[in-house]
Design a protein around this ligand. Structure first.
Ligand code: PEP
Length: 256
């Protein structure tokens, strides 16, 4: 049984004061949730303050990105050692990082290795564009992203990774994948490839979130799918009632 995991990606939103307010409200709203893992990923500037608010609660904290070297002349970057001081999770290879900041399967692989080396739990994002989806290339493309991300990663480390399948055309657009389509892509492009790279047990151990315009009203449709283990939530994670609604609706649908 894979434990459900719902994480919020706050992207480049919220000043420190605003982030603290949201964290305080989420801490109260979600205090009674014990059947799934929860996390929020604030901007780097708000990580310290939010990690103080959420210390010793059921809500973990994640960074949205990091570099792969431990230290050095890399202006503007934060290292895994720095992320680890403030966070337990790190998002790697979000499609916005790939689209606007030149991240590739190679840099994702370097960052994934760095996260695992420093005991950060990585949330690795993969997903196809609309053009790839319409051309019927989804399984080949996402499968190749998985092979690139996991290159050279040992089986025991691979089992610690969380994946977020996020069709790019569903991110921030209000348009979601059909739950059945997302479920099939996860099975064919992710679990089958992981089984090929490692084995069936590893493929079935790794948690896979769905991401792309998740909101309270559609969470249940995704979470009941056999291959979907939770969600990575962008826009709807910025409002306490929406994120709490997503978590509660997921718990209700799973009867946990
Ligand atoms: C995301 O940023 O990972 C995401 C899925 O965004 P949204 O929920 O806004 O589509």
């Amino acid at each position: 049984m894979r434990r459900p995991f719902i994480a919020g990606n706050w992207k480049m939103h919220k000043t420190v004061a605003e982030a603290v307010d949201l964290a305080v409200a989420l801490k109260a709203a979600l205090a009674d949730v014990s059947t799934m893992d929860l996390a929020v990923c604030p901007t780097a500037t708000a990580l310290e303050a939010v990690s103080h608010v959420l210390a010793r609660t059921n809500i973990g904290v994640g960074a949205q990105n990091m570099y792969w070297e431990d230290s050095g002349a890399y202006t503007g970057e934060i290292s895994p050692l720095m992320a680890k001081e403030l966070a337990a999770y790190v998002i790697i290879g979000h499609s916005e990082r790939r689209q606007y900041f030149g991240e590739t399967d190679t840099t994702v692989n370097l960052k994934l290795k760095a996260a695992l080396r420093h005991n950060l739990t990585p949330i690795v994002c993969i997903g196809e564009s609309l053009a790839q989806n319409e051309a019927g290339e989804t399984v080949a493309f996402v499968g190749a992203q998985i092979r690139g991300a996991f290159a050279g990663i040992a089986q025991d480390d691979a089992q610690k990774v969380v994946l977020a399948y996020e069709p790019i055309w569903a991110i921030g657009t209000g348009r979601t994948a059909m739950p059945e389509d997302a479920d099939r892509t996860i099975r064919e492009a992710i679990r089958n490839v992981l089984c090929d790279l490692y084995d069936q047990a590893t493929a079935e151990t790794i948690r896979v979130q769905y991401g792309g315009s998740v909101k309270p009203s559609n969470m249940a449709d995704f979470i009941v799918m056999p291959e979907i283990d939770g969600a990575l939530v962008g826009g709807a994670s910025l409002k306490v009632e929406d994120f709490a609604g997503i978590v509660k609706n997921a718990a209700a649908a799973l009867k946990v």
